[in-house]
Design a binder for this molecule. Structure first.
Ligand SMILES: *Cc1c(COP(=O)(O)O)cnc(C)c1O
Length: 403
């Protein structure tokens, strides 16, 4: 068995870029090979009855390989690296980001419980809460993303989970996570966060009161639009609750996809810095355009929750939105249909730029998003920003030609 690489907390002495390069691998345990091997495994065999019993007793302990579904050294390498990056205790790997969200929610609720979920949450997270969780007898209420400490008034005796996501999907409100966590903890609720946007790199969830940090690793961890993957990182207190739920639901991810996640992680820091620079450059350019009403980018001073971004985040990824001045659907279609570099499609976090016409008010229930014109969500990829600007300029010219 490959000796297990590393576990637990890492001192403040090591910076995130160093962690990304070094955690979750141990060449000395692997013939000097830099990267961990990809284990394809289901059955694990044992030489004796005693060894089999010992393995069963150590199930879910750090590094224990007991069955393919429970993880192999390939799985543990990714989990170690991600837990180290976020300053968490341990992590669990899932086949998609949505699976990670659902398993993390199911870990903490039972019939009769109540969940508080941010109104700007990723659409499928909301659909899971109002669909399957509701059918199981779990009630969800949605709250204003800018509620902050005011969440205390919404917490009921049966509130078990406060689900956060910062910034919000589509409209990028930055939540006051420490204030929400403080109120939640005072009432005995667990704080879950969808931390996909910051990728564990621009926001350290555990230092800000989060108990369980959830990732669509499909996005920046994989980083190349070629695999689906989810991760849940927890503090020490909540790890076994999450691991037992993930294992009990039968979730596991394929070894080759996990390897793509590990490989993506090694360059995630440099990629994110470039996505940040290009995204902000495009956001500032868009602010100057006459067709644009407002740019929704957490790093811009007029962003909703900008003060919290400035206080708690160390950067921004390439995903943001802008609100156009009122324009017809045909005009928006003329703009988007003719883009040559920006492609239209769901998901994000790869090396390529994306653009999408989104409709936040079709999903919100508590806090309608105030926008008179169409909302475009952009993902700034790794292309040269000048070329991206030329593509957007061409788009605005097409937009202006259609009434
Ligand atoms: C994409 C996304 C997810 C879901 O991830 P998948 O891997 O596509 O299932 C969850 N949360 C956020 C914020 C996302 O953008």
């Amino acid at each position: 068995m490959l000796a297990h690489a590393t576990y637990g907390r890492y001192g403040p002495d090591m910076k995130k870029d160093t962690l990304l390069a070094h955690k979750g691998r141990k060449p000395s345990a692997n013939h000097g090979v830099v990267n961990p091997p990809v284990y394809h495994a289901s059955t694990i065999v044992y030489p004796t009855v005693a060894a089999l019993k010992a393995a069963q007793a150590s199930r879910h302990q750090p590094g224990a390989v007991t069955y393919g579904r429970h993880g192999t050294p390939t799985t543990f390498a990714l989990e170690d690296a991600m837990a180290a990056l976020e300053g968490g205790f341990r992590a669990a790997t899932l086949p998609s980001g949505l699976a990670a969200i659902c398993a993390a929610l199911l870990a903490f609720v039972k019939q009769g419980d109540h969940v508080l979920m941010v109104d700007s949450v990723y659409g499928p997270s909301r659909a899971f809460a109002t669909g399957m969780l509701k059918n199981m007898g779990v009630e969800t209420s949605f709250y204003d993303p800018m509620i902050g400490a005011g969440i205390a008034a919404l917490i009921k005796p049966n509130t078990k989970v406060v689900f956060t996501e910062a910034p919000g999907s589509l409209t990028f409100e930055v939540q006051d996570i420490p204030a929400i966590a403080k109120a939640a903890h005072a009432a005995g609720a667990v704080v879950l966060m969808d931390n996909t946007w910051a990728a564990g790199y621009f926001f350290s969830p555990f230092a800000h009161g989060v108990d369980v940090s959830i990732h669509a690793a499909t996005k920046y961890v994989v980083g190349h639009s070629d695999a689906m993957l989810g991760l849940v990182v927890t503090n020490e207190q909540h790890f076994m609750t999450v691991k037992n739920a993930v294992a009990g639901l039968g979730y596991c991810a394929g070894p080759d996809d996990i390897y793509l996640g590990l490989r993506g992680l090694r360059t995630m820091g440099v990629r994110l810095k470039q996505h940040y620079a290009t995204g902000l450059h495009l956001a500032r350019w868009l602010q100057q355009r006459p067709e644009v009403e407002r740019v929704l980018h957490p790093a811009l001073p007029d962003a909703i929750g900008h003060a919290f971004w400035k206080r708690d985040f160390t950067g921004a990824c390439g995903l943001f939105s802008c609100v156009l001045k009122p324009a017809s659907e045909a005009a928006v279609a003329a703009m988007l249909d003719g883009m040559s570099l920006f492609a239209m499609g769901y998901s994000w976090g790869g090396f390529e730029s994306l653009i999408l016409h989104v409709e936040p008010n079709k999903i919100r229930t508590v806090k309608p998003f105030d926008a008179a014109g169409p909302v475009l969500r952009l993902h700034a990829g790794l292309e040269d920003p000048d070329d991206l600007i030329a593509d957007l300029r061409g788009g605005f010219e097409r937009l202006a030609k259609v009434k």
